[in-house]
Design a protein around this ligand. Sequence first.
Ligand SMILES: NC(=O)c1ccc[n+]([C@@H]2O[C@H](COP(=O)([O-])OP(=O)(O)OC[C@H]3O[C@@H](n4cnc5c(N)ncnc54)[C@H](O)[C@@H]3O)[C@@H](O)[C@H]2O)c1
Length: 433
Amino acid sequence: MSEEASPANDAQGAKLGRCVLIGQGYVGLPVAVRAVHAGYDVIGYEVNQAKADGLNAGESHVEDITPEDMAAVLATGRYRATCDPTDLAGFDIAVISVPTPMGEGVPDLSYIESASATLAPHIRKGSTVILESTTYPGTTEELAGPILEAGSGLRAGTDFHLGYSPERIDPGNPTWRLENTPKVVSGVDAESLAAVKGFFDRIVEETVPVSGTREAELTKLLENTFRHVNIALVNELAMFAKDLGIDVWEAIDAASTKPFGYMRFTPGPGVGGHCLPIDPSYLSWQVERSLGQTFRFVELANDVNQHMPDYVIRRVQSLLNDHRKAVNGSRVLVFGFAYKANTSDARETPSRPIVEKLQQLGAHVSLVDPHLVPAQFPTDVARSEGGADDLGNADLVLYLVDHSDFDRELIGAADVPVLDCRRALKGPRVQSL
Ligand SMILES: NC(=O)c1ccc[n+]([C@@H]2O[C@H](COP(=O)([O-])OP(=O)(O)OC[C@H]3O[C@@H](n4cnc5c(N)ncnc54)[C@H](O)[C@@H]3O)[C@@H](O)[C@H]2O)c1
């Protein structure tokens, strides 16, 4: 392959190539920040002008990237966010990290299509394009590749490098961050793999090459389907154990002492975020479409996890009933709305159907979640600080998310029935899910 795009340079302090990140969200922004520190000139390409303006002003909408991180990145003079596609010109490496939602039970790949179409005219001989969005096997070569080729007039693998590298970022996880989590890399041919690996070797501590893009795409879906299925297993077990009068949490704690052959998963009010409620369905959709078969594990896990909010409502009804109260007219103080602890991300959060159902049943819901940005806060729900007075005024406390800044002792000690969906609280009136 001829190398017309400027080659990256490894020398200490020397300029590497020009890198563009398509999509500056939870996945794309951390990669952009690491790329700047690795020495690349980085363009963060966005379709959302407010996001781009905020980033250029040093504001971060992703909690793993602090305003200090943004200040440091901007101070290098090698990062700029933009909505202008002409800024993509002359790139050496492009990473596409755009959303891949489900639309009406079918994977919605329109964001990958439009990002690929925007990028294509700027591909040169020797450029590298890496897809990072989570998607079903075949997307890189069957969908993104042809769009990139058509728009550039160049051939993937012959003229430019093309590969796939799934993101494993876990927002809010202080231990496993982008840089110290091994990253799976792949390419449509050996040269593409080398280019993709070469880029991510500068971004993370360890890369894991696999032989093809489909294997890399499947790796991500396997990881998330594994998690989805195991969460469904403990969720269903929790419901049965409750009816059997057995403490499932104690059994889980005890099982977790086994040093091999067991991995700890805990029950909860349902699954949320961009990954678990969606990614396994990408896989089952593909199995159905390509093989005409049902991926039964995924269907079953969807069924169990999607019904957990209903189960939480039943437990709320039962707990209030124990105190001769109805949901209708009760004051329910809810702790946590984000889909998991210590994140502001409320996409697909199971807290949403729970709060909505409580309101439909006539409850007066107040919500405590210091992590949520105003845009994510449900508009028709009262905000609460969750202090002693708020606890004292509630008929029931519903603990949905275990944010580390919640005062667990105060909540557990409150003289009010508490349904703890995370087994995080201790107190005389606390019931676990
Ligand atoms: N959030 C996670 O924890 C996580 C983890 C692993 C993988 N993923 C996957 O990574 C992908 C991105 O997820 P995310 O959480 O970063 O989403 P996000 O919504 O936070 O960010 C995506 C960004 O892309 C922008 N965008 C959309 N279309 C664009 C286009 N054509 N050109 C440029 N920008 C465009 C959006 O404005 C948005 O800012 C998804 O496939 C997701 O499944 C997410």
